[in-house]
Design a protein around this ligand. Structure first.
Ligand SMILES: C[S@@+](CC[C@H](N)C(=O)[O-])C[C@H]1O[C@@H](n2cnc3c(N)ncnc32)[C@H](O)[C@@H]1O
Ligand code: SF4
Length: 386
């Protein structure tokens, strides 16, 4: 894992998030830091900026090697394999890769072809996350997507043919005018592509999006509930075990990069708007965030980092639990002290109250939400607010 410096605090595993902030066009539901790309992308300039950004952040690595890298967006598959190759080589010159490192790239149907996927694979990228959302034309149109259902299927075919035996498909449900059958059709079509992992998100309306100001008509709550239950049953029957609110995987194929977030591991974040969570050797936790707009991030007169904040000790229980309680199996109780440096007794009173309310399982060895607690995660977390 990692070194200890000074006290008894063992630094957590370290991951790297790399943000690519451009898309072909902006989807009306999306509040991620993504911007419509112009006719050309400043690939080389951006790769140089990412590496310079990483140079500054290396002070937080403390001799750890990277357990995972995630290229997220935006649409990282807009970048050429040449540019990503230069970036990955530059990262590896600066920080060692763990021997079994997981390297994931988000790819959108309609933004790549077979040769590009082969190129990515040869760089050591060993996992793809393909943004499908739906296989139904009317739904894709309502979501403003640039691809159709056939292209989404072809994307999965290409991934496999390029040697990606580990890939995720992103789907959304609770879409405008969606019936249970529509949602199950999407899941069945996805499962037929044999992905190792499925992310199945309920569509949410986010501030500062087109859907927020002009909301489409969404299924009623009862129908959303039925879709959720029917989908979960289908996924379980097909061998995709739910391990997080929206994440389902074949055995042993959970996303290691995401598991690191949910077990309160450390991560560096480089690129426009990227966030990081970093432990200090004396057991404090720092959150940092980078300049959000691509043109500002690329402006040599401006700093990459836009802000940082050391978390206060009384915020740590909430911050830790906000992550681990998303996991269906929660986490071993001792992980709380390992990650926060605080004694487990600090949670005692809130734990008993959450158990009494039926939101937390009465298990002294683990921190894990009950089914009711997962459903009312905010109520559960309220118990641990400072
Ligand atoms: C970082 S996004 C980008 C992935 C990729 N650019 C794409 O669109 O295919 C990751 C995933 O978040 C999900 N997502 C984005 N906005 C959402 C929203 N408002 N509600 C639910 N899920 C959302 C989508 O499934 C999307 O694939
Ligand atoms: S959903 Fe994906 S493709 Fe659409 S704007 Fe957001 S990041 Fe870009």
């Amino acid at each position: 894992m990692s070194d200890t410096t000074g006290g008894s605090f063992l630094l957590p595993p370290l991951a790297l998030y790399i943000h690519i902030p451009w898309c072909v066009r902006k989807c009306p539901y999306c509040d991620f830091n993504s911007h419509a790309a112009g006719p050309t992308l400043p690939e080389d300039e951006y790769v140089d900026a990412l590496l310079a950004d990483l140079d500054i952040d290396l002070q937080h690595a403390h001799s750890r090697s990277l357990t995972s890298i995630f290229f997220g967006g935006g649409t990282p598959s807009l970048f050429s394999d040449r540019a990503l190759g230069r970036l990955l080589a530059g990262v590896e010159r600066r920080i060692a890769f763990a021997p079994d490192i997981e390297i994931t790239l988000e790819a959108n149907p309609g933004t790549f072809e077979q040769a590009k996927f082969k190129g990515y694979r040869s760089l050591g990228i060993n996992r793809l996350s393909i943004g499908v959302q739906s296989f139904q034309e009317a739904k894709l149109k309502a979501l403003g997507r640039i691809h159709n259902g056939d292209e989404a299927i072809r994307a999965a075919d290409m991934a496999r043919a390029a040697g990606f035996d580990n890939f995720n498909l992103d789907l959304m449900h609770g879409l405008p005018e969606q019936s249970i059958e529509d949602a199950l059709f999407d899941l069945r079509t996805a499962i037929a592509q044999a992905p190792t992992h499925l992310s199945w998100y309920q569509l949410t309306m986010e501030p500062n999006t087109v859907f927020w100001s002009q909301p489409p008509e969404l299924p009623e709550d009862d129908l959303l509930w039925d879709i959720q239950e029917a989908g979960q049953a289908l996924l379980a029957a097909e061998g995709y075990a739910q391990y997080e609110v929206s994440a389902y995987a074949q055995p042993g194929k959970q996303a290691r990069h995401n598991l690191n977030y949910w077990t309160f591991g450390d991560f560096l974040g480089i690129g426009a708007g990227a966030h990081a969570k970093l432990s200090t050797p004396d057991g404090r936790i720092l959150r940092t965030w980078k300049t959000r707009l691509p043109k500002d991030y690329l402006d040599p007169a401006k700093a990459f980092q836009a802000g940082e904040r050391l978390l206060q000790a009384d915020e740590l229980p909430f911050e830790f639990l906000m992550n681990v309680l998303r996991l269906s199996e929660g986490a071993p109780a001792e992980l709380f002290s390992q990650r926060t440096g605080l004694p487990l007794q600090q949670l005692e009173q809130a734990r008993r109250e959450a158990e009494r309310l039926g939101l937390l399982q009465a298990d002294d060895t683990r921190l894990v939400a009950t089914a009711k607690g997962q459903l009312f995660l905010n109520d559960l977390l309220q118990q641990f607010l400072a």
